[in-house]
Design a binder for this molecule. Structure first.
Ligand code: PXL
Length: 433
């Protein structure tokens, strides 16, 4: 998958081209870039802008289009009319998703588009948009309308749609104490997306949002799915923002989103394994992935619900949440304490056939006997922790699998461990289905 980012260079890497490279790379897609302008700025102060010449931009785009298959494009800072016209000429015939992020001013106050370029932005860039993602003030700038009871978000979004954008989202339309909502106008529908608000002045959240939207669209998700994904992605990036320079914080898309994304795609892969329903136990399955150095189950991402068997189908009932799993997360914490590189686990139905396969493909197996559990531990409800510890205590080898054969009224179980969900999945593909 290749995504092209057309925009300005930000030497602080909090926004612009550099930020898009970080986002797309984290999400696992290749990033191509065409630089429209070079800025000097840091987290405290915006310096100057030097746009590239129109011929230089044209040459960048031609060299990309003549070589790569592009799956989607994000347009950020365009700065002047000459640049806008080159972009239009090069993109007008393309039939791939294009996200337009109308960037006008940086958080630190820099002008990211010349006043004289506004008309051409409306005429040439807006019609390229599969979806355009202005925030409230950018939407007001584009339309010269002030959002109010007279000019509703819908009326303003309609005006932008009239200019040629197929779909419009106006972010930050309504801000309450703890809530921020976005207004969406698709071709034949409208809705709002509300989410928790984090009050920090940051560098990069707008760029992260539009980048997440194009990422999701090129993965064949609908506009609505893509906007929900982007909302969560951006929320996490703001929540994890870091003070890297002396000024405002820079959003961080690495830590949390990566964990969620990896687990989510591995769960999808898991449900697609042929015959995997045979490996789902009576108590159903959970698949977990922890942060680095997890302290409690709250640091472990799992399904708040389960992966369940429905006939021969396996479906995910619930959503990914930190603290979503109790049992499998507790087992993972016990292994992670001894082997910190082990961050993912899944539980499967105990079957002799599975155990034979596990041994045949030389996975490292440990087990414990629930009958040997001291009564005191049983009463405390710390069976899993005790079991895993007794299985791995005397071994110096990192376990791939730990199993137990049950106890009175307790279902026997196999737990597969790995560094990442992909790593766990690799092991499962050898032994299950
Ligand atoms: O966040 C919008 C944006 C986009 N592109 C560049 C920027 C900024 C904000 O600072 O500098 C190059």
């Amino acid at each position: 998958m290749n995504i092209l980012s057309i925009g300005g260079s930000d030497p602080s890497s909090g926004a612009g081209i550099q930020s898009d490279i970080r986002v797309f790379t984290t999400l696992g897609v290749y990033t191509l870039t065409a630089v429209t302008a070079i800025t000097s700025q840091n987290t405290s102060k915006f310096g100057v802008v030097e746009p590239v010449s129109s011929s230089m931009l044209k040459k960048q785009l031609e060299s990309i289009f003549s070589d790569f298959k592009i799956d989607g494009i994000k347009i950020g800072m365009v700065y002047n009319s000459m640049i806008i016209k080159v972009i239009y000429q090069q993109l007008k015939k393309l039939k791939i998703p294009i996200v337009v992020d109308p960037v006008i001013k940086s958080t630190t106050g820099g002008n990211l588009i010349e006043k004289s370029a506004k008309k051409d932005f409306q005429k040439y860039i807006i019609p390229l948009a599969t979806i355009i993602t202005p925030n409230r003030s950018e939407a007001e700038w584009i339309t010269k309308m002030k959002i109010s009871t007279k000019n509703t978000p819908e009326a303003v979004a309609k005006e932008i749609q009239k200019m040629g954008a197929k779909n419009v989202i106006i972010t930050g339309i309504e801000e309450k104490v703890n809530l921020v909502s976005d207004f969406v106008l698709e071709k034949n529908s409208k809705y709002t997306i509300s989410g928790k608000k984090i009050s920090n002045i940051n560098h990069g959240s707008g760029c992260n949002h539009s980048a997440a939207v194009i990422y999701s669209l090129v993965n064949n998700k609908s506009i609505k799915q893509s906007l929900f994904f982007a909302k969560k992605f951006t929320f996490n990036s703001i929540k994890n923002a870091k003070k890297i320079g002396k000024g405002i914080v820079i959003t961080d898309i690495q830590s949390e989103n990566r964990v969620e994304d990896k687990l989510s795609s591995s769960i999808t892969e898991f449900t697609k394994i042929r015959g995997i329903y045979k490996n789902i136990p009576e108590c159903q399955t959970n698949f977990v992935f922890s942060k680095q150095n997890p302290k409690s189950t709250k640091d472990v991402l799992g399904i708040s619900g389960r992966i369940v068997k429905a006939g021969k189908k396996v479906i995910v009932a619930g959503e990914l949440k930190y603290g979503g799993s109790k049992h499998v997360a507790t087992a993972l914490l016990a292994v992670n304490k001894k082997y910190p590189q082990i961050c993912s686990a899944i539980n499967l139905k105990y079957q002799n056939t599975t155990l034979t396969k596990i041994k045949k493909c030389k996975l490292k197996v440990s087990s414990y006997d629930r009958n040997k559990e001291p009564r005191k531990i049983k009463n405390q409800g710390s069976t899993i922790k005790w079991g895993i510890n007794s299985a791995i205590r005397d071994s110096k080898i990192i376990p791939d699998v730990v199993f137990h054969k049950g106890d009175y009224g307790k279902e026997p179980m196999i737990i597969v461990f790995g560094k990442t969900p992909e790593n766990v999945l690799e092991k499962i593909s050898k032994i299950a289905g």
